[in-house]
Write a protein that binds this ligand. Sequence first.
Ligand SMILES: NC(=O)c1ccc[n+]([C@@H]2O[C@H](COP(=O)([O-])OP(=O)(O)OC[C@H]3O[C@@H](n4cnc5c(N)ncnc54)[C@H](O)[C@@H]3O)[C@@H](O)[C@H]2O)c1
Length: 282
Amino acid sequence: MKTIGVIGAGTMGTGVAHSFALQKYNVILVDISKEILNQAKKNINRAMRFYKYIEKTEIKEPQEVTMGRIQFTEDYQSLADCDLIIENVTENWHVKKEVYKKIDQICKEECIFGVNTSAISITKVGALTHRPDRVIGMHFMNPVPLKKMVEVIKGYHTSQETIITIRELMGDIDKECIVVNDSPGFITNRAMMIFINEAICSLHEQVATAEEIDTLFKTCFGHKMGPLETADLIGIDTILYSLETLYKSYNDPKYRPNILLKKMVDANLLGMKNGKGFYNYV
Ligand SMILES: NC(=O)c1ccc[n+]([C@@H]2O[C@H](COP(=O)([O-])OP(=O)(O)OC[C@H]3O[C@@H](n4cnc5c(N)ncnc54)[C@H](O)[C@@H]3O)[C@@H](O)[C@H]2O)c1
């Protein structure tokens, strides 16, 4: 594989593009507007400087060379010759659905579609395409350049050949993967979304402050980040959409999103990505 198409240039798409470019892959990064793509370019540049500074990733070439491997575009047609597409658009079924219908027409037959989602069924995404055997879940962790593990999800029709290709590719960009069967939220988010939601319920009921809740998780359980800090890192909107998907998928009230979460999304308090969530970042 030489050229990877990455759709969605938000929190995850920029991290995925960054990780592949570091390992000398050409990347075509697609989003819906020039403004978003310009911001994405700034974010990747800043992240490269920062990760180099904290020496978590080894950068063996001038940054402009790495950046030069990423093409920023609004044009889906430029994905036609890609061998793999990793889709990272908003966690919304209607948005994702339109993207898959489009790329299924544009991309060559052998192209694999990697679905980066928090909770949506990979089998359901595969059913939108004429290539369900080449549709696979690639649940990257945030921040992508720093997190080694990728939760890879086998949809009902995902072929063994696709799994082997993705395993090899992940090894090539210095990532490890664990392959799990398809189930909404997979392993990680099926459990994590519940404890984040319960932490938000506790905050909403004024059982404790955000700082106290997070400190308890860090000191008692050894978590690097508390649930509310994690929610801010992921994006408050992504947490809400994931819980809504889990709630619908399992028909189980244990996934019902807390009202405070909805209110925060209505108030555009989305966490780190726009400067304010449970904490302030400006
Ligand atoms: N944030 C996390 O920690 C995290 C972790 C793992 C997986 N995910 C999943 O990854 C996906 C992306 O999440 P994110 O946090 O990067 O979201 P985000 O909101 O930061 O970015 C989403 C991007 O998709 C773009 N987009 C929307 N519609 C599009 C379209 N039709 N074509 C091209 N681009 C489009 C938006 O403009 C935006 O830039 C979601 O499905 C999410 O559940 C997120």
